[in-house]
Design a protein around this ligand. Structure first.
Ligand SMILES: [Zn+2]
Length: 165
């Protein structure tokens, strides 16, 4: 348990697909969740942002996501069961490239099936902020970064360029 190093853009591991979690790994997953929490809180202290983190971002190549928005939530082996046809455009950020923003399209809403830390199966409907956040984190499990989903060649900006004006 503790603060781990977040892999940064350019690290090849970020482009790998993560493995399905088995029920027998729950103890390891529990301690990884603590690491994800500690690492994200440390990032927040430094950058004043960070709402969710995927296990591969700290080099644990397992299908595990940790969210801390209003409440905290753990998703093990998430699967998308529905995606809305409506999409919206946002300037996305990522803890793997804290100074960069990338314009991407995300589905306005989606439905997700996953397991929780008690291995209970859950399904939830996510909209807007939570929908785009989930899609960003889910992409990490597939080895896909926001930079690979840029809308066009003008879709990259340093954070300072978009907040200083
Ligand atoms: Zn990210």
């Amino acid at each position: 348990m503790g603060v781990k190093q977040i892999l940064l853009l350019g690290n090849e591991k970020l482009y790998e697909r993560s493995e399905i979690v088995k029920e027998s790994e729950l103890e390891f997953i529990q301690s990884t969740v603590q690491d994800l929490h500690d690492t994200m809180m440390n990032f927040r202290k430094q950058y004043g942002k960070g709402r969710a983190i995927a296990a591969p971002q700290i080099g644990v190549m397992k299908r595990l996501l940790y969210f801390s928005v209003d409440n905290s939530m753990v998703m093990i082996n998430p699967e998308v069961t529905f995606k809305s046809r409506e999409i919206f455009e946002i300037w996305d950020d990522c803890m793997c490239f804290p100074d960069l923003l990338v314009k991407v399209n995300r589905n306005l809403s989606c439905k997700v099936k996953f397991r929780d830390l008690n291995w209970a199966e859950k399904e939830i409907f996510l909209e807007k902020d939570m929908s785009e956040l989930f899609q960003h984190e889910f992409d990490h499990l597939e080895g896909v970064l926001a930079v690979s989903k840029a809308v066009d060649v003008h879709s990259f900006s340093l954070v300072s360029e978009r907040t200083a004006h």
